[in-house]
Design a protein around this ligand. Structure first.
Ligand code: C2E
Ligand code: MG
Ligand code: MG
Ligand code: MG
Length: 289
């Protein structure tokens, strides 16, 4: 518990304590209400592209949750996902996210929108929840999406601790046929011994290696090393947080040809995303030679 000294403006917290201000407390009860109905959440979608001979082909999109709070306005996931993890509300919120993402994908497939795959983020507590594998299978079956068109993004942090258990869960997900990706790769502690045992498809190179790739003496080599490692292990790579053409060019030189970031597009609401994909498809139909 916080030790409050009335004489003092500062509040001290014991190790591991998270600050519980009035702001967070109010947020928690609001989040509990929102998690029950799901009505205040929406998914935005950020395109992922493949760079090939000067053109860019949309290969998929990442679903990113947004919370439209009736009073506070848009609350960022960076703010409420950690709170949802702590309070256990992440299960309900994650369930809403996966269902909504799969319903959207299924609708796009039905309407002929050319979107190969949709990825959904799973936070550590969702990954470790004993209900996860069955839940993912149920959602895939009930929405009818081809499982290989759904990708789950996990961080290295979700898999530390009990590695045997993590490998078992990963195989359970793999058996459904969904694709698996390690998000923010390079910032955690995956050892190579574990990485080779993970039945995953993609390493998503963290934004921190992309940010300074143009000026840095070391970051191009780090990216190149991740790409080589992925090649050796049979994984794909994609870089997140790409904001400039110069960064995209440096990534391409390191043989990382899949990118996601503000350079291509910010995360878009459903209408804007559908327009974005439709327009990039029209562009692709124009002969380029
Ligand atoms: P993430 O999965 O690593 O997602 C990437 C974040 O970087 C997103 O922030 C995205 O909007 C932002 N971003 C994309 N391109 C750029 C760029 O070029 N430059 C910069 N500076 N940022 C860029 P967002 O949407 O605020 O999400 C933050 C984090 O919240 C995500 O990180 C993910 O860990 C978590 N999150 C988002 N949606 C969900 C969800 O549905 N479930 C769970 N469990 N976590 C989620
Ligand atoms: Mg992600
Ligand atoms: Mg990421
Ligand atoms: Mg990141």
């Amino acid at each position: 518990h916080a030790k409050r000294n009335p004489e003092c403006k500062f509040v001290f917290y014991e190790d591991g304590m998270r600050e519980r201000t009035g702001f967070t407390l109010g947020l928690e009860s609001d989040l509990r209400r929102a998690a029950v109905t799901g009505d205040e959440f929406e998914l935005h979608f950020q395109p992922k592209v493949e760079m090939e001979h000067g053109s860019r082909r949309v290969i998929g999109a990442e679903a990113l949750i947004r919370w439209r709070h009736p009073v506070r306005g848009l609350v960022s996931p960076a703010e409420f996902i950690p709170l949802a993890e702590e309070t256990g509300l992440i299960w309900e919120i994650g369930a809403w996210t996966l269902r909504d993402a799969c319903r959207r994908l299924s609708g796009w497939i039905a309407s002929g929108l050319e979107i190969a795959s949709v990825s959904v983020n799973l936070s550590p507590r969702q990954f470790q929840d004993a209900r996860l594998v069955n839940f993912v299978r149920d959602v895939v079956e009930s929405t009818g999406v081809p499982p290989e068109r759904l990708e789950l993004e996990l961080t290295e942090g979700a898999m530390i601790g009990d590695i045997e258990k993590a490998v078992t869960i990963l195989h359970g997900l793999k058996d459904i046929g969904v694709r698996l990706s390690i998000d923010d790769f390079g910032t955690g502690y995956s050892s190579l011994a574990y990485l080779k045992r993970f039945p995953i498809n993609t390493l998503k190179i963290d934004r921190s290696f992309v940010r300074d790739i143009v000026q840095s003496a070391t970051d191009p080599a780090i990216v190149g090393t991740i790409v080589n490692l992925a090649d050796s292990l049979g994984f794909d790579t994609i870089a997140e947080g790409v904001e400039t053409e110069e960064q995209a060019e440096m990534l391409r030189r390191q043989r990382c040809t899949r990118i996601q970031g503000f350079l291509i597009s910010r995360p878009l609401d459903v209408d804007a995303f559908e327009r974005f994909v439709a327009e990039s498809n029209v562009e692709r139909e124009v002969p380029t030679n």
